[in-house]
Design a protein around this ligand. Structure first.
Ligand code: AMP
Ligand code: MG
Length: 399
């Protein structure tokens, strides 16, 4: 058996970071910047008011309450071409530029306007700069806003357009093909024949792929037929940036995936020292990484988390392909026997009063028991040995 780290290092060595492309900002969510993004100018681009109210001269309010002369109105988006002189006020709306002469904003709640709108009473004094958002307060000119390697979440996309970047240099969103293999699989809502089961892996894996911001390509079901599997692999490798298959990588007579991949790909069939998901067939077909995950539904998901997610993250340009685990506490005994493998238990967590995650089995730990995976929000990493007892620290991979 190969240690997990060694198997994963092999996988990552074959996954190449995607090329730099310019992507419209609205299509860039969850992608990773491929170049440094700097601001050409300041944000905000001009001094502006944070409040609806009146632009005034702070010194005029020293003896408040006072009455000021109204000399105009400036809306958001307007040019501030009204000078505020001593004893004067300009009505102003949030986001509007500060007019010349004014040095503070008094919010509308502290004022009352005369019915003919020629004067305004101000009840209180305010300091210089009151409610003024200075130019460059958020971003200064030339500031490195996002270094290369920044994953783009919604706020980042807003910052991009704030600084005038509508096409963002990112690593291309990878197209990840997902294939299920197995004669027993059915993919329609009809009663099952003897020996048949519904295909669950492809739907789960497509959702995992899409959930991380890659494009999931549904490449359907392929029966346990060597020629059909070969054709499906060749086609998938030609049209995708990565391919994920499930099933057919074990020791069974009809496990053709590893056989075919050994023939057509630079493939390595590995027995990884983990449970579940021991068998993994991984390699490249025409340069495209192919992840041959095991068929058992829990195994395919665990294998996705341990190998496919890091591989796809690397392709996407993430600086840290392997998502780090956190340390929690065992909420109950999790016993096991020494078998040379690291076990990944399906657990659900609660947060203790000391803020640490406490983990307990979320259900049956069989590799076919997908409902326990659905109930889990983490995988507990149980090192080789006799397991952990209640209260022991335990590493958790959050799902
Ligand atoms: P295999 O890895 O092909 O030997 O399959 C191992 C187990 O996983 C068998 O019980 C299969 O029926 C099951 N299995 C394989 N592929 C799928 C799938 N796509 N959805 C649900 N179960 C599957
Ligand atoms: Mg099979």
């Amino acid at each position: 058996m190969i240690p997990l780290e060694e198997a994963r290092a092999f996988v990552l060595s074959k996954c190449k970071v995607g090329e730099l492309v310019l992507v419209p900002v609205d299509d860039a969510s969850d992608l990773v910047t491929a170049a440094d993004l700097a601001a050409a100018g300041p944000i905000p681009p001009f001094d502006n008011t944070a409040m609806d109210g009146f632009a005034i001269r702070s010194a005029d309010l020293a003896d408040a309450p006072v009455t000021l002369r109204m000399v105009g109105t400036i809306a958001a988006g307007a040019v501030p071409d009204i000078e505020v002189g001593p004893g004067e006020a300009v009505r102003i709306m949030t986001g509007a530029p500060i007019p010349p002469g004014a040095d503070a904003i008094v919010m509308v709640e502290l004022t009352s306007m005369s019915s003919d709108e020629t004067t305004v009473d101000v009840t209180r004094s305010v300091p210089v700069g009151n409610h003024i958002r200075p130019m460059g307060d958020d971003v200064t000119p030339g500031q490195l806003v996002f270094p290369a390697g920044t994953p783009l979440r919604p706020a980042h996309l807003g910052v991009c357009t704030s600084i005038g970047i509508y096409d963002v240099p990112v690593h291309a969103r990878p197209r990840v093909g997902v294939i299920s293999t197995g004669d027993e699989l059915v993919d329609e809502p009809r009663p099952l024949g003897i020996g048949q089961i519904h295909d669950s892996n492809r739907h789960t894996l497509l959702a995992l792929v899409r959930g991380m911001g890659a494009t999931g390509i549904d490449l359907g079901l392929v029966p346990d037929d060597e020629d059909l599997i070969r054709q499906a692999m060749v086609d998938a490798a030609a049209t995708c940036d990565a391919v994920i298959t499930s099933g057919g990588v074990s020791m069974g007579d009809f496990d053709y995936v590893k056989k075919v991949l050994t023939e057509i790909g630079d493939m390595r069939w590995m027995q990884v020292a983990i449970k579940p998901a021991k068998p993994l067939a991984f390699g490249t077909v025409s340069g495209t990484p192919v992840f041959g995950l095991p068929g058992n539904p829990v195994s395919s998901m665990v294998s996705f988390e341990l190998f496919a997610r890091p591989g796809i993250r690397k392709i996407m340009g993430h600086a840290q392909p392997v998502v780090p685990s956190i340390t929690g506490v065992a909420g109950a005994d999790m016993v096991r026997r020494p078998d040379g493998k690291t076990h990944f238990a399906r657990v659900s967590t609660t947060i203790r009063s000391d803020g640490r995650y406490e983990a307990s089995f979320s259900g049956g730990q069989g590799s076919h028991q997908l409902s326990a995976m659905a109930a889990a929000n983490a995988l507990a990493v149980i090192p080789d040995g006799d397991g952990v007892v209640e209260g022991d620290p335990v590493d958790l991979l959050l799902l």
